[in-house]
Write a protein that binds this ligand. Structure first.
Ligand code: NAP
Length: 261
């Protein structure tokens, strides 16, 4: 996706994957301070662990507690979180005005944090459900410490009632991701037609959860748009250029085996 964008813009950059072990994180980041490196992305499980290794962290990433994009300016490295605005942008396009929306989020990991903090300024209430209730409660209390908002975290058993009253349901767990495409994190019988169901998973593009949601007449949004938007914002931060999102979307779809639809 990034390679296709770089080529399309005619830039003299290269984007490559670097495998990093937990013990090697500090060494890898030190190497990436080389002024020839414009920046880099950070993925699971280092989005939180990288914070103390950076010279600066922007306000959104600091609030979320996770960095997915780092910009290198002459050896000084600054962390950003482009997942959070990308999720809100994708959701806003699919849902419309997010003001006053009632949101249920399944999962309490890095992506749930990015979505929850992004929606806080707009949502009427947010309910976070995770198999580990303590993690959901912990995320909710992190949000409450920073914002005056109605947010609660709990174990999965309490989800049904909140889903019934929600406008937006977000899956921020990996349940349903390839190759476990038959699984859904949400019992289909609690879905309803007034929901917009946002599954952060992008492979497959149409998860079991999204199929169940479509079957009850709910609106749906897959994770690919957010993936492209977070990458487009990262590319803009590194290069100062507006990213060709259509090119990135096509390349991502091809890479994921979905053709050029
Ligand atoms: P993460 O930090 O590992 O968090 C995953 C969350 O899901 C945790 O709350 C975890 O619970 C829960 N979970 C894992 N397996 C589960 C299961 N079998 N049943 C119920 N809950 C389960 O991962 P993440 O970074 O937040 O990513 C979550 C998903 O979002 C992944 O599918 C990822 O690909 C997707 N994502 C998409 C985008 C995008 O641009 N579209 C961006 C980021 C992430 P425990 O803590 O108990 O393990």
């Amino acid at each position: 996706m990034q390679g296709a964008a770089i080529e399309s813009l005619g830039l003299d950059y290269r984007y490559e994957a670097i495998p990093v072990t937990p013990e090697g994180l500090g060494r890898a980041v030190a190497g990436l301070r080389d002024p020839s490196v414009a920046g880099f992305n950070v993925t699971i499980p280092y989005k939180g662990a990288i914070l103390p290794l950076l010279d600066e962290v922007d306000a959104t990433a600091r609030a979320v507690g996770a960095v997915n994009t780092v910009v290198n300016e002459g050896g000084r490295i600054k962390g950003y979180n482009t997942d959070s605005p990308a999720a809100v942008r994708a959701l806003g396009e699919a849902y419309g005005d997010l003001g006053g929306c009632r949101v249920v989020i399944f999962g309490a990991g890095g992506a749930a944090r990015a979505v929850a903090f992004g929606l806080v300024p707009k949502a009427r209430w947010i309910r976070i459900f995770a198999r580990d209730a303590a993690k959901a409660e912990n995320l909710a209390s992190d949000i409450r410490r920073q914002h005056d908002v109605d947010v609660l975290g709990a174990g999965l058993v309490g989800a049904q009632c909140s889903v019934g009253a929600a406008d937006i349901l977000v899956n921020a767990t990996p349940v349903g991701m390839s190759p476990n495409v038959g699984n859904s994190p949400v019992d289909a019988c609690i879905l309803h037609s007034s929901l917009l169901v946002f599954d952060l998973i992008y492979s497959p593009e149409r998860t079991r959860l999204l199929q169940d949601a479509e079957a009850v007449g709910a609106k749906t949004l897959g994770g690919l748009t957010m993936l492209v938007y977070q990458g487009a914002e990262a590319l803009r931060l590194w290069t100062g250029r507006r990213a060709p999102e259509d090119v990135m979307m096509g390349a991502a779809r091809r890479a994921l085996g979905g053709g050029t639809r």
